[in-house]
Design a protein around this ligand. Structure first.
Ligand code: AMP
Length: 371
């Protein structure tokens, strides 16, 4: 089979690395000629809304998926007339708009932060009066890695934010005083078979994911069951096929949904070495209708992102159980250029290895306790 992928970044690259092992071929569409997935599949360079390129992708592919959630929904729908597109374009549509996404969660009984749409200064004033301060003002569309959002703490912040952002479609969210951030990754196959990975705890800095700890010390079977129930409802409602990630806050023992991504996710990279079957392999299995693989953890693991710069390769590889993934991207501040997954046989050993790796892979982060 040939799998067509909208987007040619590291997620597509890792999907192909997994899918090629299953005997599949990949063709990517990305506007960038240097895209990192081009090393592991056929890269077609073109805009996501170029119908000629999209038609070509459909002709070459048995099924199309995406690795980037800001591809135009119109393009996914256009393709869906020509070839099977998974996850369904509606999942893409819901996840592209923070307001629709919050309404969608709420309609399924999944808790979210209080929220209100903001289109005018008057809306903003009313929303602040209802939700209180602090609050988080976000653009409805095209936000990622903490971009397009502002925390409002004072009256002055409210006025400044309106001056800076007034033209965009916005949503105001109540500030969630969360204790931890987690994500649940789920996978559902064309056949309806569904599996969930263990909840992952995620540590962000500057709006960017830095470290993921699957089944951290905050994990409980109750939280896992609740997260699976939430994700299960999303999968069912969307008749979803593929890997889905939902980012959650834990606050006062409750899980509050922040956002979802209809694709493989950075907080699932640990699964390449740390789970019986990686998120990438399971995504490929799901969209082709193959039996899904076990999502069981293999030992203990954690993932550290390399942001802006790759770590010194041999120093990483000299640490037993450490696995380096380099995305073949140009280094630039704030850019995800690789990650390291470390695996161990005990939690204690894992924490020792994380402590050794953090100064090498995330040198700007301060030392912090292992989770
Ligand atoms: P997002 O772009 O929605 O994923 O937000 C990026 C990060 O901002 C999240 O991972 C949180 O750390 C923080 N954040 C977003 N929304 C809220 C909120 N309503 N309350 C508190 N922190 C938030």
């Amino acid at each position: 089979m040939t799998i067509g992928v909208l987007g040619g970044g590291q997620l597509g690259r890792m999907m192909a690395i997994a899918g090629v092992a299953l005997g599949q071929r990949f063709v990517f569409l990305d506007p960038g000629a240097e895209s990192s997935a081009g090393h592991v599949g056929n890269l077609r360079v073109g805009a996501y809304d170029d119908e000629e390129r999209l038609s070509e992708l459909a002709r070459k592919s048995d099924v199309v998926t995406y690795e980037f959630e800001n591809v135009p929904v119109g393009s996914a729908r256009f393709l869906n007339e020509l070839v099977r597109v998974y996850p369904p374009p509606r999942a893409l549509e819901v996840s592209q708009d923070r307001l629709d996404e919050k309404r969608f969660f709420a309609s399924l009984g999944i808790p979210t932060a209080g929220f209100a749409p903001v289109a005018t200064n008057d809306d903003l004033e009313k929303a602040v009066a209802t939700l209180g301060l602090p609050a988080v003002l976000k653009t409805r569309r095209f936000g990622y890695d903490g971009k397009g959002q502002w925390v409002l703490r004072t009256r002055e912040d409210v006025e400044n934010a309106w001056e800076a952002l007034g033209a965009a479609s916005l949503v105001l969210e109540a500030f969630v005083p969360f204790e931890r951030e987690m994500s649940i990754l789920a996978v559902r196959s064309k056949t309806g078979e569904t599996r969930f990975y263990p909840l992952v705890e995620n540590e962000h800095r500057g709006g960017i994911l830095r470290v993921s700890y699957p089944k951290s010390d905050a994990w409980t079977p109750e939280l896992q069951a609740r997260a699976e129930a939430h994700a299960g409802r999303v999968l069912a409602e969307l008749d979803y096929v593929g890997v889905l990630a939902i980012e959650l806050f834990i606050t006062g023992g409750e899980l509050v949904a922040n956002e979802m991504a209809p694709r493989v996710h950075n907080s699932g990279h640990w699964t390449i070495e740390g789970a019986e079957t990686s998120q990438f392999e399971n995504h490929v299995r799901a969209i082709l209708g193959m039996p899904l693989g076990s999502t069981r953890m293999v030992g203990y693991s954690a993932m550290i992102n390399a942001i802006g710069k790759l770590p010194p390769r041999d120093e990483v590889l000299a640490i037993e159980g450490a696995h380096l993934h380099a995305y073949a991207k140009h280094e630039a501040p704030g850019r995800k250029v690789g990650h390291v997954t470390v695996r161990a046989e005990s939690k204690r050993e894992l924490c020792d290895k994380i402590e050794a790796l953090l100064p090498i892979v995330d040198p700007e982060g301060s030392p912090r306790p292992c989770r």
